[in-house]
Design a protein around this ligand. Sequence first.
Ligand SMILES: Cc1cc2nc3c(=O)[nH]c(=O)nc-3n(C[C@H](O)[C@H](O)[C@H](O)COP(=O)(O)O)c2cc1C
Length: 348
Amino acid sequence: MFSILRPFIFNLDPETAHDLAIKSLKFNPLPSKMFKVEDEEMLNIELLGKNFPNPIGLAAGFDKSAEVYNSLLKLGFGFVEVGTVTPLKQYGNPKPRIFRLEEDHALINRLGFNNDGMEVIKDRIKSNSKKGILGINIGPNKETKDQKKDFCLGLKNFFEIADYITVNISSPNTEGLRDFHDQQKLVDLIVSLNKIKKDNGTNIPLLLKISPDIDRSHIPEISDAAVKNNISAIILTNTTNRHRDNLKSALKNEKGGLSGDPLNQISTNMIKSFSRELKGKIPIIGVGGVNSGKSAYEKILAGASLLQLYTSFVYRGPSAAKDIKKELIQILKSEGISNIKDAIGKSS
Ligand SMILES: Cc1cc2nc3c(=O)[nH]c(=O)nc-3n(C[C@H](O)[C@H](O)[C@H](O)COP(=O)(O)O)c2cc1C
């Protein structure tokens, strides 16, 4: 069905197509059993104190304002991360701000955290009880004078209703945000967030989402800060604002974050490097160019316990999670592996 509609959808401007997808998902009548696969229990995995039905999650940025997460869960994703949510509603950058690089199976976006703001989004989630695992990704407003304070407001607002909170320090489209990769600034941020957790008596898992553009020499420092300050998992990676040289598409030099196929190997290499540094002390969620069972399996072998995707959902359509689960199960069977957890980190 998607393959029939795809030429029509790809004729639309990417943001219009996205808005149309959100509208249609609000009325998704398809039963969730259509998106389950045979032997899916081979993909069950316990992490962050939760039982994930499968490791294929929908990455942040698709359902920014938490409008359709239950419908996305019905499409067979093992978990969904909404956001990035900022304290105040914001429009983001001027349009056009999403670009489809079809020849490269990639996207470039410079959305700039467009979302409805944390209070509206909290009410929305409270009135639409989640039917699966829901992460909430938080970040600062563009105009804020204090980015750390905005992260704290996000955590306070959401800790009661999320399964985990992602601290997004890695979007390339918000000025100054990626400075939080600096060890001192990072520790200061996590300490403040941990204090909020303590004051509120909550043990909500805090995840840190990292940029693929950091200097390799920062990996030990970031890993050390995460381990010492009780970060529950690291998400590798956000989009890159580099690596344009080998792209084919005419739109390759648009400003913003690049995602999809060209990010795949970069992100897998980051997973390997962090995995060597972390030595299993903190789990990794792999994201960047996951578009098949093979690319998913490579990230798991590199050290990822869970995965997320966004760009291949645009290119493969609503059956992306289902198809990737099927392909992954086939690979596990051919390798004689009975559960996905036995493959984690086997090549790192
Ligand atoms: C249009 C678009 C918007 C995004 N918005 C966010 C966001 O708000 N917060 C965030 O942490 N990541 C955001 N991302 C990054 C994705 O979550 C993911 O890390 C990245 O796209 C790499 O995965 P992929 O290659 O499967 O797309 C966005 C990505 C795209 C393509």
